[in-house]
Design a protein around this ligand. Structure first.
Ligand code: PTJ
Length: 246
């Protein structure tokens, strides 16, 4: 997808392109209207972070890649915003890490589930989970709790980009290692993550893929060291400091 009338020389090219993708996602029935509001919140934080991947977010992306490569059953969760913003990039990350892709929606409707699964297949996904709906996340009300038993239900490591705080906390409660991409370092999702990646999804996902490709040949102990060396609280503090200093 490209922005039709946005010249690349425009100083806010990336930001406008991202808006266009979200708008198009709503038009295609992929993204919820609430997704527009979520995008606006994200943009505000991205502006305060300087619209770039800060060093602590790059470290987090590397640690997250190490987690995915070390996992027994890694799953990448995709919602309506993620599907609109980075469908091909999520497929590439899944391929680089051996992870499954599962559609998991806050505002779940069967029509949107199907459209997102189709959209991901159009971008190269071979298998898309989430449609079986035979598992549940304990402690959440009906629709948001629905997952596939052989997907997020039994995963050991889950990437949850742009997640709502309740569900992020509930997944962490289930003992899963949670990797979160969220531009707001103060959100409950970022705060409850084993690895909070405080960066824009459109930069963070390709960055994780590049790290995964670079780490692919490493042995288990090297990956373990990268995971152990990562400090989630320090990463959140670094992002908050950047926001205050800008
Ligand atoms: O498609 P659904 O039904 O699953 O709904 C998805 C949304 C995103 C609408 C739902 O999960 C939601 O309401 O999320 P929240 O509670 O608004 O949280 C979204 C978080 O993602 C906020 O903290 C935003 O700052 C952050 N965010 C928004 N856009 C981006 C982002 N983080 C990274 N990259 C972005 N592009």
């Amino acid at each position: 997808m490209t922005g039709p009338d946005i010249p690349e020389s425009h100083p806010r090219y990336e930001s406008l392109l991202t808006r266009h993708r979200i708008e198009e996602g709503v038009d295609l029935g992929i993204t919820s209207r609430q997704g527009l509001i979520a995008q606006g919140r994200g943009e505000a934080f991205d502006y305060l972070l300087g619209e770039e991947t800060i060093p602590s977010a790059d470290d987090a992306a590397r640690a997250a890649a190490a987690h995915l490569l070390s996992a027994d059953q890694p799953v990448l969760s995709v919602n309506g915003n993620v599907a609109a913003l980075a469908p091909g990039e999520m497929v590439a990350l899944a391929a680089a890490t051996g992870a499954d892709i599962e559609v998991n929606l806050f505002n779940r409707t069967e029509a949107r589930m199907e459209r997102i699964a189709d959209h991901l297949r159009e971008h190269g996904a071979e298998e898309v989970k989430g449609l079986n709906a035979d598992g549940r996340i304990p402690g959440l009300d009906h629709e948001r709790a629905t997952v596939d038993a052989d997907g997020i239900g039994s995963a050991d490591v889950v990437l949850v980009p742009l997640e709502d705080g309740d569900r992020a906390a509930a997944l962490a409660e289930m003992g899963k290692t949670e990797l979160v991409i969220d531009l707001n370092p103060m959100s409950r999702s970022a705060q409850s993550a084993a690895v909070p990646i405080v960066d824009n999804l459109i930069r963070a996902v390709p960055n994780m893929t590049a790290h995964a490709e670079a780490l692919a040949g490493e042995d288990a102990s090297t990956l373990e060291n990268i995971i152990d060396d990562f400090d989630a609280d320090a990463a959140l503090s670094a992002a908050e400091e950047r926001i205050r200093d800008i």
